[in-house]
Ligand binder design. Structure first.
Ligand code: SF4
Length: 447
């Protein structure tokens, strides 16, 4: 049983889906850096594609994604055209070998079948995509039926992430996402019938009016769907930054200790059901590739969270999509109109980002190992980076207080987060972050 530390659980800390994090992006790094990085990708460099669709049928009030309600249907067509233009431009510059394609959003399945076929064809034409590449998509289960499931299978989607979040009706109402369990089950059955057997379910704790009893019943329902992976995210209430979250009654949110108990409960229920704990908020069945990666020290972290995708180069396509290269991270324009103007004018859409020097890469590697494995051999990582470990002495020293609380052990240059302290991994990783943002209202809490 993990011990509850009220001050640590409520501590604002980045999720570290990259290092440096998005909080360090500035307009000084944009399209020029993006172009230089794209053309510098050597042939056969492993790369992944991430394609963002910033539209949904309805907007959930908890959502932190860059998305908006579709409104007029013709917006989808103009957005598809912009994507096709960007795919052609970027594909002409980037020579890497693509091993994974991920559609995220928003809800990519708001696109009609003809658009999905056009986009998939354009990706295959513009990029060198491996025959065995995994194609994955985040979907809204409220709109998927047999015909759309067939379309997804036909364009090559083999894995689907379904936003379920909770099955408790009063919680669903409080977050403006009403989807009875039967609706999600029908979506899963339709996907299975179409041959898409790899199902990820996203669930959440810390939602308004959510109790531990709701966690138990939602997980029991989720398990009947036998997902191969589950992500159990803590709701990050950041109304100062996300206007739509102001619709959520802050007084109805569980307090820090209740959030902690919900997170612990989820961990207990999924591991008892045979799922392997992955990182600090994912679970996977033993035969899933994520579980195999975790078991063999081949787990990674990128903008989609924990992944078995080893590619260090990620090409982001679409409004707000982020591209990651060894030396730079660049985010596309978030505003759809301005994004469209750029890419339809044959210009790259990168508008903000951050360069990564050798020190950033070393710290990023240490942070990644702590989050993924719960331990890091700092001396070995320094050796790989031809760096003097002495520069990390201050970071190692700051772990003393967490060691005193029996959260982490230090042995020389090696550190190990105790197995019963898994939820505190982000805090341990933060010791190596020299750029940590100082705006608590803009960061999620540790648990
Ligand atoms: S469907 Fe998903 S992306 Fe769209 S608003 Fe809801 S949580 Fe956000």
């Amino acid at each position: 049983m993990t011990k509850f530390h009220a001050d640590l659980a409520a501590c604002p800390v980045p999720r570290y889906t990259s290092y440096p994090t998005a909080a360090d992006f500035t307009p000084a790094v944009g399209a020029d850096a993006q172009r230089q990085a794209l053309v510098a990708v050597a042939p056969d460099t492993p790369a992944s594609l991430y394609l963002h669709v910033p539209y949904c049928r309805d907007i959930c009030w908890y959502c932190g994604c860059n998305t908006g309600a579709i409104g007029r249907e013709q917006r989808l067509g103009t957005y598809r055209d912009a994507l096709l233009a960007e795919i052609a431009s970027v594909g002409a510059m980037m020579r890497g070998r693509v091993g994974a394609v991920h559609f995220g959003g928003g809800s990519p399945n708001v696109l009609p079948a003809s658009d999905l076929y056009a986009i998939a064809d354009a990706l295959r034409t513009a990029f060198r995509i491996a025959d065995d590449a995994e194609w994955a998509m985040e979907i809204d289960p409220r709109t998927i039926g047999a015909a759309q499931a067939d379309t997804l299978a036909a364009i090559g989607i083999g894995r689907v992430s379904i936003g379920a979040q909770t099955f408790a009706p009063q919680v669903q109402r409080a977050i403006n996402r009403v989807q009875p369990f039967g609706m999600v089950a029908d979506a899963v059955h339709a996907l299975h019938a179409s041959g898409i057997g790899k199902i990820n379910l996203d669930l959440m704790y810390g939602l308004p009016h959510q109790s531990c009893g709701d966690i138990v019943s939602s997980i029991a329902a989720a398990l009947t769907l036998a997902p191969s992976r589950v992500a159990m995210f803590g709701y990050a209430h950041l109304p100062a930054m996300l206007a739509r979250q102001r619709m959520i009654d802050g007084a109805a949110l569980p307090d820090a200790e209740e959030r902690f108990l919900q997170s612990e409960l989820a961990h207990r229920l999924f591991t008892a059901a045979g799922y392997r704990a992955i990182g600090f908020d994912h679970f996977a069945l033993a035969d899933d590739s994520l579980a195999r990666a975790e078991a063999t020290g081949r787990l990674f972290r990128n903008f989609q969270g924990f992944t078995d995708d080893p590619a260090r180069t990620v090409i982001g396509l679409g409004a707000s999509a982020i591209s990651q290269f060894d030396g730079v991270i660049v985010q596309n324009e978030k505003h759809v109109g301005r994004y469209r103007d750029s890419v339809c004018g044959r210009r790259l859409a990168g508008v903000r980002g951050v360069t990564r020097d050798a020190d950033d890469r070393l710290r990023g590697a240490i942070i990644e190992r702590i989050l993924c494995d719960g331990h890091a051999d700092v001396a070995a990582l320094c050796r790989d980076a031809a760096a003097d470990p002495a520069r990390l002495s201050p970071a190692m020293a700051t772990l003393e207080s967490l060691e005193a609380r029996a959260i982490v052990d230090r042995r020389g240059w090696a550190l190990h987060v105790r197995s019963d302290s898994r939820p505190y991994r982000r805090l341990v990783a933060a010791a190596f972050d020299t750029r940590r943002p100082t705006m608590p209202a803009l960061q999620s809490v540790a648990i």
